[in-house]
Design a protein around this ligand. Structure first.
Ligand code: DGY
Length: 326
């Protein structure tokens, strides 16, 4: 029987599915330290990961490894050059989280714009003693301009929701999306600079890579309106967190909604001293239904990638399908 590592705890029924095909080594505890992860991967044919770092060292130490299935759409934790070199298939879980993640982008954007968490903290602290015309004045969302950086599937789901708020949508992406998608979303392509100058609410939905590192830093924030908000549901490292903290402190922009951080689960503690930022612990895809769908899709990929189950040899979400042809 082939052996697989489930590197992080996941839904018990998903583990049961894997047990129908494999001998399963499940980490039921905290995130494995990197050397322990590599040690447990060493004799495996496959692995189920969720953000665990898999690079040259881990792959070189696991000669039988054929498939690593990430329970996430983002796979910047995989070194894909090393995957290709070792002929290991990497898979991810696109699509099943698009709508849930877009919902959460809106939750963060609206909470930041309308100062929801800040005012809740005020109320909980027992400071509310009168209604006042100028309490927690925020910025409007309806009728404003949404700027989406990264018009992939999640970016499109985010933009689609803007219609209900009577918003203009401008977007920036490596390349323009198809004209029919632009028409459907009523979205106008803009350069990054133009978008930053015009948008009232900027949302980041780009995958992390060397190229997208610090897509937003001090220079970009300087282009934004003082009344604008910034929402990051993409990845830590897309925003220069230190620059954002400084900008929020100086009220260079109105507010931010941040779900992902540089170095997470650690994050810059200076965020905590700021009122004008909504902070959440990487939960944009976290609904029961969506996390289940992601876990099952990762399992489908692992089972099929290792030549088992109804789609044997044809996993739904191969990142480097060239490996399958070898
Ligand atoms: C993803 O799928 O990449 C998310 O960030 C993990 O929830």
């Amino acid at each position: 029987m082939k052996k697989v590592l489930v590197a992080r705890p996941t839904f018990p029924d998903v583990i049961e599915r894997l047990k129908q095909y494999f001998e399963v080594d499940v980490n039921e505890g905290e995130v494995l330290p990197q050397d322990e992860f590599a040690r447990r991967l060493a004799d495996k044919d496959g692995a189920f990961t969720a953000g665990d770092v898999v690079g040259e060292k881990e792959l070189a130490g696991a000669p039988n490894l054929k498939v690593v299935a990430n329970m996430a759409v983002g796979y910047n934790n995989f070194d894909m050059h090393a995957f290709d070199a070792h002929e290991v298939l990497g898979t991810n879980t696109p699509n099943v989280l698009n709508e849930t993640t877009a919902d959460f982008g809106w939750a963060l954007m609206m909470a930041a714009a309308r100062r929801v968490t800040e005012s809740e903290h005020f109320l909980r602290a027992g400071k509310w003693n009168k209604w006042s015309f100028d309490s927690f004045l925020g910025v409007d969302v309806y009728g404003s301009t949404l700027g989406v950086i990264g018009m992939g599937r999640i970016g499109q789901a985010l933009a689609r929701r803007a219609r209900g708020f009577d918003m203009r949508v401008i977007y920036h992406n490596r390349s323009r999306v198809a004209p029919e998608i632009e028409a459907e979303l009523n979205a106008e392509y803009a350069s990054k600079e133009d978008l930053l100058k015009r948008a009232d609410h900027v949302a980041l939905v780009v995958p992390y890579s060397k190229e997208s590192h610090h897509t937003i830093g001090a220079a970009e924030i300087a282009l934004m309106k003082r009344t604008a908000t910034l929402t990051n549901i993409a990845r830590g490292g897309i925003v220069d967190d230190a620059a954002l903290i400084e900008a929020l402190r100086d009220k260079r922009i109105a507010a931010a909604g941040i779900d992902v951080f540089e170095g997470e689960p650690n994050f810059n503690p200076d965020f905590l001293a700021l009122e004008n930022v909504v902070l959440t612990p990487h939960i944009a895809s976290a609904t029961e239904a969506t996390r289940r769908a992601m876990a099952n899709l990762a399992a489908d990929n692992l089972i099929a990638g290792l030549g088992e189950g109804p789609r044997a040899g044809n996993p739904p979400n191969a990142i480097n399908p060239g490996v399958l042809r070898k």
